[in-house]
Each structure stands twice: as C-alpha cells, then as structure tokens.
Design a protein around this ligand. Structure first.
Ligand code: COA
Ligand code: AMP
Length: 625
C-alpha cells in the first residue's frame, strides 16, 4: 500500500484501518470496535479489547519459536558489562519479578514507581508491572528529590523499584539518598522499596526496603493478567508550561497496536532485526523504542549504559553498532553533535564494520542541517528526522521507511504519519496556506497509542491541549507544511525548551530563581547552543538596594536549580538585567526575548521603555557570548 492510500484510509476509514492493524497483536478478546468516541473530546481505542502487553512482548515470541533469539543486549561500557537475554530468559525474569511484586501486594491498577538507570532490570520491572496490570511510572535519574517527590505524590505508588546508584562520567549518583530525600518531602508513602544493589555503590537498606535479589529468589513466576485495552499501562511525567509535571497516560491496547504498526511502517524493523535506541528509559523514546516496540515485534533491542563520547571515546556508538550488528539506530541530534565535536572527520568510524547498518533515525529536538549533512556523508545511510512528543508516544511526522521511503528535505520531519491529521492553524483556528507558519495542531481524535488523558486530571488535559483550537489537539509546536505536504517543525510556541533532547519547562526554573532573596523578578529563556540545541538562560532583575556579586548570585542560582530540579536542567547561565520587557497587562515578553536570543528580528514592543529593555538585553547577550 502506498503512503497516500494508507494515510487516506487511516483518516477516512479509521475503524477498518485500526482494526486491521490490531490483528498483529495477540488479544485475549479481540476488539470488535476501534474508536470509542462516546466521551469526546476524550477518546478511547479498542473499548472491548482485552490483552496483556507483557504477553505480547515476551511469551508470544517464545510460543512462536523465538525463545532462543536474543531479546535484549545490555551494553554498559561504564561498568564494563555486556549481558544478553533471550526471549525465554527475559520472559522468566519478568515473570519472577512480577511474582515478587505480587508478593509485596501489587495488583492490577496499582502504581509502581521505577527509578532505575539504563540497566536491564529497568525493562524487567516495566514489563513485570505490565504483566500484573499494574501501572508503572518511570522517573529519569537526572531529576532532583523535589521532582521525584512531586511524581510520588501524583502517582501514589504502592512500591518503588530503584537501583542503589547511577553512573555518570564525572560521578556516581547516589539514588538511595535522592529517594530518601524525596520520600521525606512527599506526602504519600509507598509501602515498600525494592533495591537493585549495584556493585559500584550498594545502598544501606531500611526496614521497608528489600533487595531485588532476595525478592526474586523467593518469588514464584506469574502469568500475564488480562487487562482492558483501555486500562493504563503507564504514566510518564513531562514538563508542562506550569511548574507542575503532567502525568501522560498510556493505555495498553492502542499502545500495542500503534507501536507494532510503527516498527514495520516507520522504521522497517521486524522480528529478528537488531535495533538500538540510544535514549534513556526515563524518557518516552526509551519507553517506546528501547522497551516496548522492539519487543512487541520480536526484534532484538540494544540497551546502552553510557554516553556517546568518552565511554571510552567518540567511537562508542560505532562500536556498538558494529559489535551487535545493529540495523537501525534512533538517537537525538545532540548525541551526534557531541561525537562531531570530538571527532569531526569521523576517523574513529574506520575501526568498525557498519555493513549491517541501514538507517539513522533522529528525533527529540530540531535536526540542524549541518548535523544532518555531516551524519549523512559520514555514515552513507539515510538520516531520517522525525517528530513526536511524550504525549503521542510515537511519531506524528516521519519518513516512513517501511511503508514508502521518501526523499529527505533538510529541516523537515517529512510527512504526517497515518492516523495523524496534522494542520497548521492561525490563532482563530483557520487552516493556513502552504508555506505559512502557524500552530501545529492535530485534528481529533488522536490515533491509538497517543495519550487518552492526563493522570487523574481530565480537566487539565482539556485545558492544556484541547481548548486552544476546539476539535484539535494543540501540540505546542509551531511550523508549516510545504507544497509537497512536508512538515517543518520550527520550535515550541510555549514556554517549554529542549536541552540536549530533554524537555524542560522554563516556568519550573523560574520558580527556583525567584525564590532567591536577591531576586525581584526573572525570566528563563532557551538560547541556542551548538551542542545541546538549547540551554536555559536566566534573566534576573535584582531587588532594589540589594548588593550581591555576580559570581555569587550565579553560583547560588545554579546550585538551587541543581538542588530543586536536578543536573538535567543544565542551568549555568545568568544575566542580571535592569528590567524585563512586559505587555500592557504585565506579562513578560518572552517571545521577543527568545527571538533576540536566537538573533532573529522581533516586532518592536508597544512602549519605548520596553524597546530599550530589549536592546539592553540584546547587548548583554552579545557581550556574554
Ligand atoms: N542520572 C543522573 N544525572 C544525569 C543523568 C542521569 N540519568 N543524565 C544526565 N545527568 C546529568 C549529567 O551528568 C550532567 O551533570 P553535570 O552537570 O554534573 O555534568 C547533567 O545531568 C546534564 O546532562 P546532559 O545535558 O545529558 O549532558 P551530558 O554532558 O551528560 O551529555 C549528551 C550530553 C549530548 C552526550 C547527552 O545529553 C546525550 O547523549 N543526549 C542524548 C539525548 C537523549 O537521550 N535524549 C532523549 C530523547 S531522544
Ligand atoms: P518530548 O516530549 O520530550 O519528546 O519533547 C517533545 C518536543 O521535542 C516536541 O514538542 C518538539 O518541540 C521537540 N521535538 C521532538 N522531535 C523533534 C523534531 N524532529 N524536530 C523538531 N523538534 C522536535
């Protein structure tokens, strides 16, 4: 089937299209209906389907004769480890860990918070929750205790599964200390903590803590619990425009169907292929394309614990591709920029055999044309940009390599993926002509796999996504479609920034800066960075009469952001300004400041004072560079 046909069918005959796609999943009770629109504008997929996601990711392949195929390769240069699991072994490990969780009282619908670095146990814990019908919430290791506490209070997990530490190039991260601090701060108290003891730095266990090894030693394997397709599989928190993280909900049925469809049609990855997603299980890319999607289709997934450079060198990615015969890699442009910075000629590539490598997929942030051209020339394979969000869980726009490969246009994520009716709207909700920049919106319903709502907060889901353009999901990104239907994503239109492929709300950073006794008001904007795409910059107005040395203020603010949000915010830059430009109603003109920081021409503000303030900021920014 051609792309055009597939796209047209997905929008005009969604029942037929998605029920057919659902046939590639094993159901306890196959769905007879695809879309349930009775609760519109909140939609659900496969309302009468019953299945188990872990069964589809594991047992099913063992039953089909793939038991001895490698399901997961763990490659960890930071610990010098390499471990493989066949589908049979992974099924056994997951079944036993699920039994262990069950022995702690975890049942269908309970939440389990997972705070683990890039170790196989992260996938095992996620799949074990799925096996029980429990809802996991994985939290990224680079967040501070406060952020972890906010997630504990929102998800109210019965159990936490964690590791004693994470390993970063410059330090060992004491996860136990972070958890202890978070639990002191949180109101909700999980009943137990399961601790994976890592040899590098084992943790001291408290009275409610249990060693992972002890838990599984005594555990009985349990089978997959049938759940409704509409039951939640996981909650993944992401940054909103306000400081409070949003719990994106993923269901079981739509997720399994969409991910299976995407592996064949977007990535051209099938049973037996080796696939590597160099992300982190704490992010959506990690959930979808390290754990669930490759296993749902019976592929081999590579899980990598390390950085693109320095572990041991900038050839780390080429080594992994060559050592494991990787067919396709998915990572963020920032990882390539990091490699390019150290090895611009790609000399280290010469040491490795990449003959089985067919495609490089990039997403998570804008792919700059320079990186695209560098990677394409160096690797001599298609370099495919594609665009998606935590909320959708799988690509909205892509070059569909399995369905109908298309020419690459620099700056474009190619075309809307079947199921996504992507529109460019003006502020009044009118469709804009081709080539004109506007809000990127998706006509409802979103396809299977996308978020049905926010955890325990339908109201916030409606407010933040469905009200800007009634009948549409507002992506928060701006861009345009060209004459060929190629989508160009130009960046966020809200106060969300993207630092090294990590999504951050400037509002959260602002609330930390504002708490400093010397700060009268502040604004945080994302400024372009050659390596990380964007970096947060704090513009700070001091309280009248306060005297504080610039260095001291910066050190205080950097330390506060690390303490309250975490190192992942990569906050290092502070500029003291005399005033911030504001609208008549007193709102800070962030868009204008962002424009200036990016070196663009911005419309003149309505008052002379504000023009002056913007000029001053532009001068300071230039001087700071
Ligand atoms: N646990 C604890 N701390 C973490 C962490 C984790 N899992 N991940 C990152 N951090 C820390 C880093 O150690 C660093 O701390 P530092 O300020 O003390 O040095 C800080 O958070 C910032 O991290 P990051 O922005 O990732 O910078 P980096 O220098 O460690 O690595 C890249 C830069 C480009 C190599 C890295 O960001 C990368 O590989 N990115 C790929 C993008 C990606 O995975 N995106 C996910 C969506 S596809
Ligand atoms: P996250 O939810 O963390 O995956 O971040 C999603 C956001 O990252 C999107 O809303 C975009 O702003 C940005 N993004 C992701 N992929 C791309 C891409 N291919 N091009 C441009 N921006 C992207």
């Amino acid at each position: 089937m051609s792309y055009a046909e597939s796209f047209e069918r997905s929008l005009n005959s969604p029942e037929e299209f998605w029920l057919e796609a659902a046939e590639s999943v094993d159901w306890v009770q196959a769905p007879t209906q695809a879309l349930d629109d009775s609760g519109g504008p909140l939609y659900r997929w496969f309302p009468d389907g019953v299945l188990n996601t872990s069964y589809n990711a594991l047992d099913r392949h063992v039953g089909a004769g793939r038991g001895d195929q490698v399901a997961l390769i763990w490659d960890s240069p930071v610990t010098g480890s390499l471990r493989t699991y066949t589908y049979r072994q992974l099924t056994d490990e997951v079944s036993r860990f699920a039994g262990g969780l069950a022995s702690l009282g975890v049942v269908k619908g309970d939440r389990v918070l997972i705070y683990l670095p890039m170790v196989p146990e992260a996938a095992i814990a996620m799949l074990a929750c799925a096996r029980l019908g429990a809802v996991h919430s994985v939290v990224f290791g680079g967040f501070a205790p406060k952020e972890l506490a906010a997630r504990v209070d929102d998800a109210k997990p019965k159990v936490i599964v964690a590791a004693s530490c994470g390993i970063e190039p410059t330090r060992v991260v004491d996860y136990k200390a972070i958890i202890d601090e978070a639990l002191d701060e949180a109101e909700h108290a999980p009943s137990r903590l399961v601790m994976l003891q890592r040899a590098v730095s084992p943790a001291e266990l408290g009275e409610n803590d249990i060693d992972w090894a002890d838990l599984v030693a005594d555990a009985e394997a349990v089978g997959p619990e049938p759940v409704a397709a509409t039951d939640p599989l996981y909650i993944l928190y992401t940054s909103g425009t306000t400081g409070r993280p949003k719990g994106v909900v993923r269901d079981n049925g739509g997720h399994a169907v969409a991910l299976t469809w995407s592996m064949a049609n977007v990535y051209d990855v099938h049973a037996g292929d080796v696939w590597w997603s160099a992300s982190d299980v704490g992010w959506v890319v990690g959930h979808t394309y390290i754990v669930y999607a490759p296993l749902l289709v019976g592929a081999t997934t590579v899980m990598y614990e390390g950085k693109p450079v320095g572990t041991p060198d900038a050839g780390a990615f080429w080594r992994v591709i060559s050592a494991h015969g990787v067919k396709a890699l998915f990572t963020a442009p920032t990882a390539l920029r990091a490699i390019k910075k150290v090895d611009p000629e790609g000399r280290l590539l010469a040491d490795y055999d990449l003959s089985r490598f067919e495609t490089l997929f990039l997403a998570g942030e804008r792919l700059d044309p320079e990186t695209l051209s560098w990677a394409s020339q160096l690797l001599n394979v298609p370099v495919v940009d594609h665009w998606w969000q935590t909320e959708t869980g799988w690509p909205i726009a892509a070059n569909l390599r399995g369905l109908e490969p298309m020419p690459v246009k620099p700056g474009s994520a190619t075309v809307a993926v079947p199921g996504y009716d992507v529109r460019i709207l003006d502020a009044d909700g009118n469709d804009l002509p081709k080539g004109t920049e506007g809000d990127i919106a998706i006509r409802l319903p979103l396809p299977p796999g996308s978020l049905p709502t926010l955890w325990n907060d339908d109201e916030r889901y409606r407010e933040e996504y469905l009200t800007a353009h009634p009948g549409f999901y507002a992506t928060g990104d701006g861009g345009y479609l060209d004459e060929d239907g190629y989508l160009f994503v130009l960046g966020r239109t809200d106060d969300v920034i993207n630092v090294a492929g990590h999504r951050l709300a400037t509002g959260t950073i602002e609330s930390v800066l504002a708490a400093h006794p010397a700060v009268a008001e502040c604004a945080v904007i994302g400024v372009q960075d050659k390596l990380k795409g964007q970096l947060p910059l704090g513009l700070v107005v001091l309280k009248a009469g306060v005297e504080i040395a610039g260095e001291q203020l910066r050190d205080d603010l950097v330390a506060a952001v690390r303490r309250d949000i975490g190192p992942v915010a990569a906050f290092r830059d502070v500029l003291v300004v005399a005033a911030l430009p504001k609208t008549r109603s007193g709102k800070i003109l962030r868009k204008a400041m962002r424009g200036i920081a990016d070196g663009r021409d911005v419309p003149a503000p309505s008052t002379i004072e504000d023009s002056q303030v913007l000029d001053d900021i532009a001068l300071l920014l230039r001087a700071a560079r």
